[in-house]
Design a protein around this ligand. Structure first.
Ligand code: GAP
Length: 439
């Protein structure tokens, strides 16, 4: 077997996702909706695993409690005015006057000609607000403006007092949320990397100002470790501090966890020191005091916030890039997703060698399904083809019921990464699988 890691192209990933039903272009039969995707069965399983591991990782801090929230997707204009998104959530946009193509001005070289038509006839740069605006109510005259949220965070800030009062938590503590966010990206690109509808996993950590730098360092390290725990190649990960001119309007400092994609080092997660910007802004705009009473000093203060924000879809793309390999086994090329077992959408496949072994193999499948629901049963095609199919979706283990199994009560287990095979007793299959999945 040749184990050389081949250069992965985005096209390989897109094709595999479509072929195996991880991701589909949304409204495909109508020509697709740019920057919007639907997730198929395997995509849903993979996303769920990512979400679960994220939840585990953010709640495992000894520094304080972490509570969950599921905020609404729609927010009134007042929220987004207070947060600064109405005034500041812009991207610079430029059009080609010749072919009318539209670009993000900071993503292309304006000294050069338009990549599409080859002419150099740029408009002046305009600022484009990326929020999706809508109107609430039936009649246009009485409708009020609302926006689809461009980040999940604001619902955490606007509910800060509700959450503190109903859960009786003390600073420091965190509020975590997983949910959709929407941005009218000028140029959605690189598949799941830059989308118009995507999902974020965010935690806002509330603390006293004097501890905020310590917590900023703590979260940077903790978040980088999370990516390593997902099995992502450590050499392809780094933390990069933002320069002052890169900072978002709300943050005083920020570091990104970046991954080395074939299209360069790119942000996957941002860790931002938001100071007390958001709670102060909402206090000012709503007229409601979002301060916290300090029992020691007997004074009220507005806590600082350290935020960790990662896109589920961007992380999904990252794990796909990192797991994707092409190698050659027995002179045959295969594509394999070397997912860590914890995120693999399907953990094991049960394969009867021929239809004669169907009944016995099904018994093993049903038993195993009691211990883990993410297992599959496959009878169609040659055994080689079935192995390739499982390799391509990243299934760590295949158990084959073969011609000897009736006599020796054993099955052949094949390891996805090494392709090595060994015989194990049928009554040890569940324990074997549990053990391997822990590794
Ligand atoms: N609340 C802070 C915030 O939203 P951000 O850096 O704009 O910060 C955080 O976004 C994360 O959300 C990014 O690191 C990325 O993983 C994901 N993300 C942002 N825009 C995205 C898009 N258009 N498509 C997919 N993921 C996106």
């Amino acid at each position: 077997m040749s184990n050389k890691k081949t250069a992965v192209h985005l096209d390989n990933i897109v094709a595999l996702c479509k072929r195996r039903g991880f991701v589909y272009q949304s409204a495909d039969i109508y020509g697709g909706l740019n920057g919007v995707y639907d997730f198929g069965h395997l995509g849903v399983l993979l996303k769920n695993n990512i979400r679960e591991l994220w939840k585990e990782s953010v709640t495992q801090t000894d520094h304080g409690q972490v509570l969950f929230l599921e905020g609404a997707l729609l927010g009134p204009r007042s929220v987004w005015e207070a947060s600064g998104h109405v005034d500041c959530f812009h991207d610079p946009m430029v059009d080609c006057q010749n072919c009318k193509s539209r670009y993000r001005a900071d993503h292309i070289n304006l000294e050069k000609a338009c990549p599409k038509c080859g002419q150099k006839k740029w408009t002046a740069i305009k600022q484009f607000n990326m929020m999706f605006k809508t109107e609430l109510g039936a009649a246009v005259e009485t409708a009020s403006d609302a926006y689809l949220r461009p980040e999940t965070a604001q619902a955490i800030f606007t509910n800060f007092k509700n959450i503190m009062a109903t859960n009786r938590v003390k600073i420091p503590f965190g509020i975590a949320q997983i949910g959709k966010a929407f941005r009218n990206e000028i140029n959605p690109r690189q598949f799941l990397f830059r989308m118009r509808e995507f999902e974020q996993m965010e935690i806002e950590w509330f603390c006293k100002q004097e501890n905020s730098d310590m917590f900023f360092d703590f979260w940077q390290e903790s978040r980088l470790n999370f990516f390593k725990q997902l099995g992502i190649t450590p050499e392809k990960l780094r933390l990069r501090a933002h320069d002052k001119d890169e900072l978002a309007h709300y943050s005083t400092k920020c570091s990104d966890v970046e991954y080395e994609f074939p299209f360069g080092w790119q942000e996957v997660e941002g860790i931002a020191h938001r100071g007390n910007y958001d709670l102060s802004q909402h206090t000012k705009h709503s007229g409601k005091d979002l301060g916290v009473f300090d029992e020691q000093t007997k004074e009220s203060y507005i806590p600082d916030v350290v935020e960790c924000s990662v896109g589920v879809d961007r992380l999904f793309l990252t794990v796909l890039f990192d797991a994707y390999q092409e190698d050659v086994i027995d002179n045959e090329q295969r594509t394999v997703l070397k997912f860590s077992p914890a995120i693999a959408p399907i953990k094991a496949a049960i394969l009867p060698l021929t239809k004669k072994q169907l009944e016995q193999a099904e018994k093993i499948f049903k038993n195993l399904k009691k211990t883990n629901s993410d297992i599959t049963f496959d009878v169609s095609g040659s055994i080689g083809k079935r192995y390739r199919r499982q390799d391509e979706i990243g299934t760590p283990l295949c158990f084959t019921y073969d011609f000897d199994s009736d006599n020796d009560h054993m099955v052949t287990v094949r390891d996805r990464d090494t392709t090595k095979q060994e015989r194990i007793a049928i009554d040890k299959v569940a324990a074997y699988m549990q053990n391997k999945l822990k590794a």
